[in-house]
Design a protein. Structure first.
Lengths: 440, 187
């Protein structure tokens, strides 16, 4: 695992760990100590004790507050401006997607899961498709693998750009909203030319992807990546040394590695505490071990670090996308198994068998051997997992998605404690929760 | 396994290994009598008795460096066509599934326990892994399985006054009419 070191002369207290310190933290004696401390930690995330309130006041922020990223409601007990404790109340966007997933065939299910994390739908599709592929025991062709990787990274870029935009607006840098949206729009336009839709793509399907790359995709991707890189340089120049920005973010909403481990928190929040854990490096899937990129991490675990990590992760994703463009193999974009993938449109007119396969696939779907599996990928927000149970029929018995936002939201309580209300907005924003995924 | 004669009927069926090739699973099986190891598509799964779930999790955390509980969920096997299970295990209606990850050893393991419909309860993991607070509430809310020792076991996704547990197979999705449809109030 490699790590990138971001020099920061402006803030000597923002020490960034070197490789040795990180390795020590993860595998050496430091790790043992870390785990001992994590063991002693007792955090009752989200618990609201029913004892007497003194001079404090309980207020609700949300579920319609503009800075709660959807319909998150936060119950805060306030002592004047200070938050004594806070609890996340969720469920306002619960639409029973796991139940729906049990009633859809495996072919239809991708349109369901893609609506969970609507800021990074391709990660959801990927984890869903890999779970089915593991149960079916099929392997997708190399071109599909690389296309998936490129699209997921493009999606990571658009998701982090969305974060930069909303995070800037929440903290008061309203111009960031425009800048972040400007570049995100370009990425979405690129995704639209490839997948046909700006979001909820239903593009990564069991057995491969839905369609091949369109003509002229190389130039389009290259141009978009240049735009994104220029955009990131803009944000860096605008915010990273901006005294107002630093005042609002540095040292706010601190969290430690122990707390993250205890509370099952993954993704940029975990990496901001000096723990360089990224599934793309640690347990490579797709073709991540064939591309060169760094895992970004910092050591302070505050709002500024989470902003910085997501900013530089955009550049790492740009690196990966460029390598995908350079190394994109030719060949099939989906597995040539007529039980799993539909026949090409032209074949349906000339072959009775192709017509039957097409009809069967889109009416009753394909059957998956009985079994259970858990697959996971690194989404922009952390580990997204899919626990899939099949009973040999055409629909899953259980389709459970481990949404990273759902778990990451548990960090809100300890981070918001003893901070100001205005900082609570910055902290919630830095968690980057997507309520569609939290409530499912 | 090679000298065993396989019945033609059992072909393709899961086969429990008498001695797991996975050191953590082997240690779990030694420590907790009745635990059954099962390799599911290359992933280590250990079926433990439900009374031992929290103890097994504690052992994983304290002695085997499983630093994080990734996920807690449950499955309702009421209407399964074919049930995929290792032999030698008494199947019950519900299964509670917990996934663990060790950062230091870079590996995963899964614990599953059988939960009967007559008494759907398991010990809570929140004392061992505080991050299981939300997911256990979710399982309680949607599947109706209680977690003994959970600090705040209330509904999390459904409204507080909801009756029933929607992810159970005997709770059909059309049980409750769609709100706002055919609203009788005058406009």
């Amino acid at each position: 695992m490699t790590a990138r070191i971001q020099p920061d002369e402006q803030h000597p207290d923002h020490r960034i760990p070197d490789d040795e310190a990180r390795l020590e933290r993860q595998t050496g004696e430091g790790a043992q100590e870390l785990h001992t401390r994590a063991r002693e930690l007792v955090l009752t995330g989200g618990t609201w004790p029913g004892d007497e309130l003194g001079d404090t006041m309980v207020i609700n922020m949300g579920p319609q507050h503009p800075s709660t990223h959807g319909v998150l409601r936060i119950m805060m007990e306030l002592d004047s401006e200070e938050v004594v404790r806070a609890k996340a109340v969720i469920g306002y966007l619960h639409t029973g997607m796991e139940k729906t997933g049990e009633e859809l065939t495996y072919v239809q299910g991708a349109t369901n899961v893609t609506r969970m994390d609507y800021a990074s739908p391709l990660s959801n599709e990927l984890v869903y498709a890999t779970a089915i592929e593991r149960l079916l025991d099929i392997e997708v062709p190399p071109r599909a693998t690389w296309m998936r990787m490129m699209l997921v990274e493009l999606n990571r870029i658009s998701s982090h750009l969305l974060f930069q935009a909303t995070n800037g607006m929440d903290i008061g840098a309203v111009s960031m909203m425009l800048y972040g949206w400007r570049e995100r729009e370009e990425v979405l336009r690129l995704l639209e030319t490839i997948t046909g839709l700006r979001m909820n793509h239903d593009y990564i399907r069991p057995g491969g992807v839905a369609a091949d790359l369109p003509d002229g995709w190389r130039e389009h991707v290259a141009d978009t990546m240049d735009l994104v890189e220029a955009g990131v340089a803009d944000y860096d120049a605008l915010l990273s040394e901006n005294p107002i920005w630093l005042e609002r973010t540095v040292g706010i909403g601190r969290i430690t590695t122990e707390e993250c481990l205890a509370l099952s928190i993954t993704g940029p929040i975990l990496r901001s505490t000096g723990f360089a854990w990224d599934l793309r490096k640690a347990q490579p899937y797709l073709a991540y071990d064939d591309v060169d990129f760094d895992v970004i991490f910092t050591e302070n675990g505050d709002v500024f670090d989470r902003y910085r990590i997501r900013l530089y992760e955009i550049l790492e994703s740009v690196k990966i996308v460029r390598q995908c463009v350079a190394k994109m193999p030719s060949g099939d974009f989906r597995v040539q198994d007529r039980k799993v993938t539909p026949p090409p449109r032209a074949r349906i007119d000339e072959s009775m068998e192709a017509l039957i396969h097409h009809f069967k696939l889109f009416t009753e779907g394909f059957k998956v051997p009985a079994g259970e599996t858990y697959t996971s990928v690194e989404s922009p927000r952390g580990e997204i997992g899919c626990y899939m149970v099949s009973d040999g029929s055409g629909k899953p018995v259980r389709m459970h998605i481990r949404g990273p936002s759902f778990y990451n939201l548990q960090s809100m309580g300890p981070m918001v404690k003893d901070s100001l209300v205005a900082d609570a907005v910055a902290i919630v924003s830095s968690i980057d929760p997507i309520m569609g995924e939290v409530d499912r | 396994m090679s000298d065993e004669v396989r019945e033609p009927d059992h072909e393709g069926e899961p086969e429990a290994l008498t001695r797991p090739d996975d050191d953590v699973a082997a240690a779990l099986c030694d420590r907790f009598p009745g635990a059954v190891f099962f390799s599911s598509h290359g992933q280590s799964v250990v079926y433990v008795d439900r009374s031992q779930l929290a103890d097994a999790a504690q052992y994983l955390r304290d002695d085997e460096q499983f630093t994080m509980c990734m996920d807690v969920t449950a499955v309702d096997h009421l209407v399964d066509g074919v049930r995929h299970q290792p032999p030698g295990l008494v199947p019950e209606r519900f299964e509670v599934v917990a996934n663990f990850l060790s950062h230091t050893r870079n590996r995963r393991i899964r614990l599953i326990c059988e939960v009967p419909a007559s008494d759907p309860s398991v010990p809570s993991l929140t004392g061992v892994y505080p991050g299981t607070n939300f997911p256990e509430r979710e399982v309680y809310d949607l599947m109706g399985i209680t977690f003994d020792g959970h600090p705040d076991l209330v509904r999390i996704l459904m409204p507080d006054d909801w009756s029933g547990h929607p992810l159970r197979k005997d709770d059909p999705s059309a049980r409750v009419p769609v709100t706002f449809k055919g609203d009788p109030r005058p406009r």
